[in-house]
Design a protein around this ligand. Structure first.
Ligand code: APR
Length: 232
């Protein structure tokens, strides 16, 4: 069994085989809609209904998706190594949780709503709109609790602490194009961690990794977990 803390960063690629689109692969989300129209605070201020429609659609898709063998394998690894496996995800779906894993959502969650007026958080209704009232202050100021471009990702101090303690840093299904997540591998290396990238393809930061496994997450993640668990 791997000694020391394992810190795992996941991206859209781990949920691709659950039927949830990635962002930058062929036909990806950002080739269908513009980030500037649906994923910035300015877009929400300009046309909240458009932004709510975009996230309502993604929330419905995520609700009908199922965790795949990669999500289940990470949950198994975490259960066998209590406190020793930290999963940080850029994804806003809840497939890690539904596979039984604990995860840090650095880009927020589709399943959560946030009041733009009083910062209250609550479970997102299936259909959220510009007139959805905040249960705490009553203002019609509900927004998806996801981190938009130009906003600070969540839990960054906590994540930095985990990267400092990491003996092994693993990136799964992320293109390495969006910071600060894309910089985690360098942070981990500087603190002496070994680094491993699991991806269908090369990423923008592949050269920073000591080891690589190439293939579909639903195949290479369970294989890697079995290797770490020593087939036990
Ligand atoms: N198995 C493994 N990897 C896969 C698979 C698969 N089946 N399918 C795609 N991938 C890989 C691609 O090779 C790519 O490296 O997943 C990655 C998807 O990259 P992106 O679409 O850029 O997704 P991600 O890296 O998670 O994006 C980061 O950008 O738009 C923002 O907030 C958004 O969290 C997102 C962030």
């Amino acid at each position: 069994m791997q000694q020391g803390k394992i810190v795992i960063l996941t991206g859209a690629g781990i949920s691709a085989e659950s039927g949830l689109g990635t962002f930058r692969d062929a036909g990806g989300l950002w080739s269908q809609v513009r980030i500037e129209d649906v994923a910035t605070p300015e877009a929400f201020a300009r046309d909240p209904a458009r932004v709510h429609d975009f996230y309502n659609g993604r929330r419905a898709q995520a609700a009908s998706a199922e965790p795949n063998p990669a999500h289940h394998a990470l949950a198994r690894l975490q259960a066998r190594h209590p406190g020793g496996v930290v999963i940080v995800t850029q994804n806003v779906d809840n497939l890690h949780e539904r596979a039984g894993a604990e995860v840090l959502h650095m880009h927020g969650e589709l399943a959560a709503a946030l009041c733009a007026r009083c910062d209250h958080r609550w479970p997102a209704p299936e259909e959220m709109g510009a007139d959805t009232p905040c249960p705490a202050c009553g203002a019609p100021a509900a927004r998806p609790d996801v981190v938009w471009f130009g906003e600070m990702p969540y839990r960054m101090e906590e994540i930095a602490g985990h990267l400092q303690d990491a003996a092994l840093f693993v990136a799964i299904g992320t293109s390495g194009q969006v910071y600060p997540a894309a910089g985690f591998v360098e942070e981990a290396r500087l603190c002496g961690a070994e680094t491993l990238e699991l991806n269908l393809d090369a990423s923008d930061v592949s050269r920073a990794f000591d080891r690589h496994a190439v293939g579909k997450a639903s195949e290479i993640v369970p294989a890697w977990v079995e290797e770490v668990l020593g087939g036990a």
